[in-house]
Design a protein around this ligand. Sequence first.
Ligand SMILES: *[C@@H]1O[C@H](CO)[C@@H](O)[C@H](O)[C@H]1NC(C)=O
Ligand SMILES: *[C@@H]1O[C@H](CO)[C@@H](O)[C@H](O)[C@H]1NC(C)=O
Ligand SMILES: *[C@@H]1O[C@H](CO)[C@@H](O)[C@H](O)[C@H]1NC(C)=O
Ligand SMILES: *[C@@H]1O[C@H](CO)[C@@H](O)[C@H](O)[C@H]1NC(C)=O
Ligand SMILES: *[C@@H]1O[C@H](CO)[C@@H](O)[C@H](O)[C@H]1NC(C)=O
Ligand SMILES: *[C@@H]1O[C@H](CO)[C@@H](O)[C@H](O)[C@H]1NC(C)=O
Ligand SMILES: *[C@@H]1O[C@H](CO)[C@@H](O)[C@H](O)[C@H]1NC(C)=O
Ligand SMILES: *[C@@H]1O[C@H](CO)[C@@H](O)[C@H](O)[C@H]1NC(C)=O
Ligand SMILES: *[C@@H]1O[C@H](CO)[C@@H](O)[C@H](O)[C@H]1NC(C)=O
Ligand SMILES: CC(=O)N[C@H]1CO[C@H](CO)[C@@H](O)[C@@H]1O
Length: 609
Amino acid sequence: MRLITFILLPIYWASTAHAGLPGASYPSPRDISSSSSSVAAMWKNITDTLEQTLAGGGWDSISSYLLRNTTFSIGLFSLYDKNASSLQYHHISPSTINGTFGTTHIDSDTIYRVASVSKLITTYAGMVQLEDDEWNTPLTKIYPSLQDFIETTASDPDFVKNIQWDKVTVGDIAAHLGGIPRLGLPVASDIALLGTADPATLKIWGLPTPNITQFLEQYPCLESLQFGTDTVCGIQDYVQGIASNPPRYLPGNSPLYSDSGFFLLGGALSNLTGKSMDELYQDALFTPLGLKSTFSNPPTKPELLNRTVIASTLESDLINVPITTPSGGIYSTINDLATIGISILNSTLLPVDRTNRWLQPVSFTRDLHYALGRPWEIYRYVHPDTNVVTNIYTKLGDAGSYASLLALTPDFDFGFTILGASPLGVQTQAIQLIADQLTNTMIPSLMNQARREAFKNLAGTYTPKAKALNTSVTLTIPSSSKAPPGLVISKWVSNGTDVIDVLAKTLMHLVPHVPQLPANRNMVRIVPTIRDVTVSGQIAFQMETVTPVGPIVGNMFSEMYNVGSWVSTIDQLTYHDIPINEFVFSVDKTGNAFSLSLPAYEIELVRNK
Ligand SMILES: *[C@@H]1O[C@H](CO)[C@@H](O)[C@H](O)[C@H]1NC(C)=O
Ligand SMILES: *[C@@H]1O[C@H](CO)[C@@H](O)[C@H](O)[C@H]1NC(C)=O
Ligand SMILES: *[C@@H]1O[C@H](CO)[C@@H](O)[C@H](O)[C@H]1NC(C)=O
Ligand SMILES: *[C@@H]1O[C@H](CO)[C@@H](O)[C@H](O)[C@H]1NC(C)=O
Ligand SMILES: *[C@@H]1O[C@H](CO)[C@@H](O)[C@H](O)[C@H]1NC(C)=O
Ligand SMILES: *[C@@H]1O[C@H](CO)[C@@H](O)[C@H](O)[C@H]1NC(C)=O
Ligand SMILES: *[C@@H]1O[C@H](CO)[C@@H](O)[C@H](O)[C@H]1NC(C)=O
Ligand SMILES: *[C@@H]1O[C@H](CO)[C@@H](O)[C@H](O)[C@H]1NC(C)=O
Ligand SMILES: *[C@@H]1O[C@H](CO)[C@@H](O)[C@H](O)[C@H]1NC(C)=O
Ligand SMILES: CC(=O)N[C@H]1CO[C@H](CO)[C@@H](O)[C@@H]1O
């Protein structure tokens, strides 16, 4: 039965999970914003639909409700198309127009509290200022009260009751992997505190009477965090209070979203760099990137306040508890966040290898579509036509009346920002709605645009300068959006030898399988592996190919070689230790290839006009 399926279906095409190398399918698109870009066309569709939804039509009535009652700004950005940042959309809600404080006009320089996007900005500042090994510093080396706690409890280890602070590192807390509580001390929703205000609450839960005196003694920061009072709460005071918190997981074991971790990260970065967090943000990011509208303190000066969205009250929207700033207290604009996003994509402040390592997952979640980095919230978008996966590196923010999202897709060197605020508390849902609509439309359109540009820039026939040699390579890109990613090598002759013939057969049998199946010339495709466009103007490609499934169709181990080109076929065929199938394009400033070198074949081919 299985054999028949293979014979009837064109293998390279119909496979639901075709073999793939991770990463980009084509070079990043250069044209996001012009009238001929698929991305701009889709953006127009999305913004038109937003307009309709705000007018009561469009998506549905819940969407209308969420969007109308939220003041929001959306902005796109791209590494290669500066003008992508002009693709913006702003909506001002009735309550903002009528607000007593803050701005009554929204544009790309409007200031919002970015809430937990602050966590990403804090980590980025740390990436810029710390050496790699400093991320392995245990928190006991930074906070004396944690060291004291470890020493006091050392004689009677209890890993359910006590956090092993000497095993929790700076890198762990940046990745939500400390196993420490979400918040280190009882604030806002803690039932003991609710119970002191209203004893009936305790009865509802059947809980004993709380001892507030004890609370206030244990946590020197309780009052200032809970009530935002003027009591200055230092990070050392905070840490003293939380030292005896019970753990939620063992260190490094499982992700647990922790604001407390980012209060501690701020203190740790200050300690390791010898700078206040205000200085650190300024030196690491704000000054080098020229950010004029990003602040680690609330924008209270009149000329800033009148550019700031105030959705609720001044007291709550501009609340300033400095130890919490690294977690949620930064204010910024879509213009400045685009600058931050582009600087990450372009490795402006970090060496490329460190950016690459930063843009990797650190832990899984229970769902295959989500993973976590430091502190990236990684969404794995699956293209419905091809099953190709595009990773979206994001950070969501959700605090008080503000919500925010910064999203990067390194495979397209593209990103977007959404900032929102609402007195009704619906801003996060509004932002999630917008982010989904953007993702579902923009990500396929970016792939489409990248494919179109690859057709223009890379496809065609390449031949040697020495015309006498019977050598040529023809690369094509199928027009169907269902086609597997990359460039198909439709013809490859080397000095009179048809290489595809031998290559297809060899690839097919590189990974032994039973029964033996026929090779298919059309399965020979290449995708980008090393993109060095700005430095050397070169883009290297490697073979991405399909091998037949193993003994039990659809099972994980049987499918490993089929879906895992990274381990099965890549780099198996070499000549003088150079991959046979390495193709290196030389491109001009616009990304247009003028030559193609085949290093193993020691030849450079020129693109035919
Ligand atoms: C930038 O993109 C916008 C939106 O597509 C377009 O109206 C404008 O003409 C573009 N500007 C430049 C300088 O390309
Ligand atoms: C957006 O595109 C979809 C799919 O092509 C189409 O059905 C819809 O009518 C478009 N909406 C607008 C406002 O152009
Ligand atoms: C990216 O960095 C390169 C230098 O490595 C620089 O020439 C280029 O202007 C930068 N691009 C952007 C959009 O910042
Ligand atoms: C805004 O204020 C004006 C004047 O007080 C009032 O007439 C209008 O209904 C208000 N609009 C909203 C949406 O609250
Ligand atoms: C509450 O805690 C304080 C300080 O730990 C202690 O002195 C006091 O006896 C406790 N009160 C009750 C009712 O347990
Ligand atoms: C960092 O913390 C250690 C341990 O508490 C302390 O000895 C050191 O002085 C601190 N450094 C700075 C710059 O605060
Ligand atoms: C905002 O403040 C600046 C400086 O105080 C002032 O020049 C400007 O007119 C104000 N803008 C608005 C919209 O109130
Ligand atoms: C091409 O093939 C011929 C015949 O086998 C051989 O003599 C020649 O050296 C080859 N040329 C190159 C450039 O490989
Ligand atoms: C070049 O080689 C190919 C593959 O062997 C062959 O089909 C073709 O006829 C050759 N062309 C010339 C001009 O010899
Ligand atoms: C408080 C407020 O502005 N509520 C508005 C939310 O949006 C709906 C429309 O969908 C308006 O009718 C409400 O007035």
